[in-house]
Design a protein around this ligand. Structure first.
Ligand SMILES: [Zn+2]
Length: 904
């Protein structure tokens, strides 16, 4: 409690320091008076900077608005949010925030005390201007929403909202993206390219995947949002989007099936109530076309920014409002509708079908305003219940983990990659999970645990978050009939973090005895104490080795100190540690040499760093577990690495770029014109193409759809250049789908055995599978022989006559390879290859039928990408022969029989 209070005081000091005293008599400015245009007007969008100018003017003129500086974005923009409520409430922010935190963390709080606090408190509601920047309306609606609330005295509904609710209004949760998209739109307004797609991602690295980062919080924006949420613990989180299932005008919860297993049911019920209330409010205003459920919007993947908070007992959800393009209006006729929607039949959850006509930015803004105000209205009416339910949910969660397993998770310090365990635990701590550490060695349930072992005690308010991330996923079979096509998850099916990150975690199946509890201590600085930090969000990302170092909670979670045994001036590092690659890249940067010790079956290759005056700093800073030697291995030149970057922007390219940057690889982006220019071997040793389809690479955006310099792909000219690059000795590394681009365009003797399978017979969506790996191959150095690998719509290979090269990984010949997620038709995988090193002329193409850097999550797979990035001709020459590793499986006896009822 003391810690919470200290946090409150510090945060309030920050709020107050930022706040110039408002002048009561000043007139509240309209958005138009500041922006020069009405919010939602045709062809007009405010940039983030302009929006902030309005918020500053609004805050200066009204005592109902406080601005809060919350950090900086990936692009370095200062980032501000607004707190909006009655002046009395804003004057007592510290007390209301304290109540919200206390109810969210109810240890030691009686039900009567909780009721009293719920009575006294105010509902805290997060509403944001969205993170998908091409969905433009939400970041405009926040401007109008602020104005409407601040000036809404005449409206009893607004007055009640101001009295009972503290709105945390995020003008945008992707400020960089808002500026980028508005600048792009303005540059094309009035030209034939007015509604052209933007040829780059609207977040520095990951674009649309900024809404897939909710638990991993790799992006600075995700961390900033998470930090503020854990700092204020709102009871409701409303995240706006703008991709309604056409012709519906807005999609609203309830969500589609399936939903996550480990969410307190009160969250779903509250979200459903809010959804129906929003739809009712829209109908009251004659805003037709709201639809619920269905349309693929399930709530299975916990990485959505909103959904990640359901596990923290926040009633969190999104809506999807209709969008044409940017601020350009569009007229729809019934002929534009899908046939089944043309009959305009009222349905239970689509009671007022939209009939077409004009759809303008202003319409989308108005729908969003109705929806947002309706959420605030409900929060005002039920604020005491919302606050008490927050207490009840947390109390129930704590109680449930006292009554049944898992009671705790033990995370030993000794791991194949000890830093990966720290990366995991710091993310949990940042997400508000308390982590303990054993003071002394203990034995428990037949296991011995060394002093320093981390322990996550599950009787804590955010335990569902841990449980959902650590559990093995078994995606439910939702087929309508047994032979029907499988239900497609909206996102991925499995993500079990200890598997993805290759971390050994032991679940406690029996209650933790008091004596054991007494022999552990909270990791220095508990999760909530960290929250009073006012640091720039960007500094969380600045410490190499492990992230989150300036987070005081997380900073307490440290890897075992780096250590190099033996003697000699060279350093041997096992690439089972991801930091080995930071070490290599730093060694090259500092003028040192890097060599390779070839591995053998059962013992993978090692990298050898030599030629540095001292390698002590590398060992210490990167917490390396290393060995000293006199040898240098086979010294290789630092490869010149190119990463292909299409104008039809690719999120996977962005994630690859982010992961390579984080591990300090020196590489350059390779655009279409660079590829077409040819002579690639003069400039690169290794070229990487992230997961993307052939059309994106070959054709890009069609001519006429974007300004000419962004149209087209690498074309046949680019293919010839890549082919020549490889034939002359270059290495082309292709991830997942792009592997089939290489196979087809470079005419490699390789086949994708599942290419023609019907979805009903074979389906493998975003899951973790077990593969057997040839650890003696340099690209698989550091991987275990049985590896847990993330796949997502991945090709599965066999080879044809004329194949020369090696198989790096294969699916097991016996049993199902599925570890977590969803797989139908395992027999189509058995014994087939998952990764190949294909000789092509003097060079080679590495085909990876997997997603080793997917969203920056599989820390246990990153090294496949890293090794591949170093797999130059020199390295390839070191590859030992291992012809025994793989023999092609017998083709399936079933042949190609197809039922008449084909998948639609
Ligand atoms: Zn969206």
């Amino acid at each position: 409690m003391v810690k919470i209070l200290r946090a409150v005081v510090a945060a309030l000091a920050l709020v107050l320091a930022l706040q110039p005293a408002p002048v009561a008599s000043q007139t509240v400015p309209t958005p138009e008076s500041v922006l020069g245009s009405k919010v939602g007007a045709d062809f007009y969008l405010a940039t983030y900077d302009e929006s902030m100018e309005y918020f500053r003017r609004l805050a200066a003129a009204s005592d109902r608005v406080r601005l809060l500086e919350i950090g900086r974005t990936s692009g370095g923009l200062p980032w501000t949010i607004a707190l909006i409520s009655a002046a009395d409430n804003l004057a007592n922010l510290d007390r209301y925030r304290e109540i919200a935190l206390r109810l969210a963390h109810p240890e030691g709080l009686s039900e009567d005390e909780a009721r009293a606090l719920a009575e006294e408190g105010r509902a805290i509601v997060h509403i944001d201007g969205g993170l998908h920047a091409t969905e433009v309306a939400h970041a405009q609606h926040t401007i109008q929403l602020a104005y409407d609330l601040v000036t809404g005295d005449a409206d009893p509904e607004i007055r009640s909202i101001l009295d009972n609710v503290i709105l945390m209004l995020w003008p945008s949760i992707n400020p960089d993206g808002q500026n980028m998209v508005v600048d792009w739109y303005r540059s094309n307004l009035g030209t034939p390219f007015e509604v052209a797609p933007m040829p780059w991602l609207y977040q520095k690295y990951v674009g649309h995947d900024n809404n897939r980062d909710g638990y991993m919080i790799n992006m600075i924006e995700s961390r900033a949002v998470t930090r503020v949420l854990r700092q204020w613990e709102p009871q409701i989180l409303y995240n706006h989007h703008q991709t309604a299932p056409f012709p519906a005008r807005i999609w609203i919860p309830p969500f589609a099936e399936p939903i996550s297993e480990f969410v307190h049911p009160l969250m779903w019920r509250t979200v459903n109530l809010l959804g129906m209330s929003m739809a009712q409010a829209l109908e009251e205003r004659g805003q037709h076309g709201a639809v619920h459920m269905g349309h693929g919007f399930d709530n299975w993947y916990p990485g959505f920014m909103d959904h990640a908070n359901n596990f923290h007992n926040v009633a969190a959800f999104l809506t999807e409002t209709g969008l044409y393009r940017y601020a350009t209006p569009h007229f729809y006729t019934l002929d534009d509708f899908p046939e089944r929607s043309q009959e305009l039949r009222p349905q239970s959850l689509y009671s007022s079908p939209w009939t077409g006509g004009w759809w303008r930015l202003g319409d989308a803004v108005d729908y969003m305003l109705t929806a947002s105000v309706s959420v605030l209205d409900l929060a005002a009416k039920y604020k005491t219940d919302l606050l008490f339910n927050r207490y009840q949910a947390a109390r129930d969660v704590i109680e449930s983990f006292r009554e049944g397993p898992p009671y705790a998770f033990f995370v030993p310090q000794k791991q194949r990659d000890p830093v990966a365990a720290v990366e995991l635990l710091r993310r949990l701590a940042f997400n508000g999970v308390n982590v303990h550490q054993l003071d002394a060695a203990v034995a428990f349930e037949g296991q011995s645990y060394a002093a320093g072992t981390w322990v996550i005690l599950m009787d804590q308010a955010n335990a569902n978050f841990v449980r959902q991330l650590f559990a093995v996923q078994d995606y439910p079979d939702l087929r309508e009939f047994p032979e029907g096509p499988p239900d497609q998850p909206y996102d991925v099916a499995g993500w079990t973090l200890p598997y993805l990150m290759d971390i050994r975690v032991i679940e406690a199946a029996v209650p933790i005895p008091a004596a054991l509890r007494a022999s552990m201590s909270p990791v220095e600085g508990e999760a909530r104490a960290w929250n009073d930090g006012a640091e720039d969000a960007s500094v969380f990302d600045s410490v190499p080795g492990v992230g989150f170092d300036s987070n005081r909670t997380a900073a307490g979670i440290r890897p075992p100190a780096g250590r190099a045994v033996g003697s000699g001036s060279s350093l041997v590092v096992d690439p089972a540690q991801n930091n080995a690659f930071r070490a290599l890249n730093r060694a090259w940067e500092q003028g040192g040499r890097v060599g390779f010790e070839v591995g053998s079956a059962g013992s993978g290759g090692r990298y050898v760093i030599s030629g540095l005056a001292s390698s002590d700093a590398l060992v210490a800073d990167l917490a390396l577990q290393a060995r000293r030697t006199q040898g240098r291995g086979s010294v290789i030149k630092q490869p010149r690495v190119g990463l292909y970057r299409p104008w039809a922007a690719s999120m996977d390219e962005g994630w690859t770029r982010w992961v390579l940057e984080r591990y300090e690889f020196d590489f350059s982006s390779l655009y279409n014109a660079d590829v077409r220019a040819g002579d690639l071997l003069e400039r690169f040793d290794v070229i990487i193409i992230a997961d993307m389809g052939a059309a994106r690479i070959l054709e890009g955006y069609p001519k006429g759809s974007v300004p000419p310099r962004y149209a087209g792909g690498i074309g046949k000219e680019g293919v010839r250049a890549l082919d020549r690059f490889v034939r002359r000795g270059g290495t082309l590394v292709t991830l997942n789908s792009s592997a089939m681009f290489a196979v087809d365009e470079l005419h490699l003797p390789v086949e994708n055995v599942i290419a023609d399978k019907k979805r009903r017979d074979f389906f493998m969506s975003g899951s973790l599978v077990s593969m057997e790996v040839d650890t003696s191959h340099p690209v698989m150095s550091g991987m275990p022989e049985r590896s847990k690998i993330f796949v997502h719509q991945s090709p599965v290979f066999t080879v044809k006559d004329g194949f020369e090269g090696s198989v790096l990984a294969k699916y097991p010949a016996q049993g199902s390879p599925l570890l977590s997620g969803y797989l139908i038709g395992e027999e189509h995988l058995k014994g087939y290859a998952a990764a190949l090193d294909v000789q092509h002329g003097e060079g080679r193409v590495v085909l990876l039928g997997m997603r080793p850097q997917w969203r920056g999550q599989p820390f246990g797979n990153f090294r496949i990408l890293f090794n591949a990035a170093l797999y130059s001709r020199e390295m390839a020459a070191l590859t030992p022969a291992n012809d025994d590793f793989w023999t092609p499986p017998e083709p399936s006896k079933e042949g190609e029989k197809e039922a008449e009822d084909e998948d639609r």
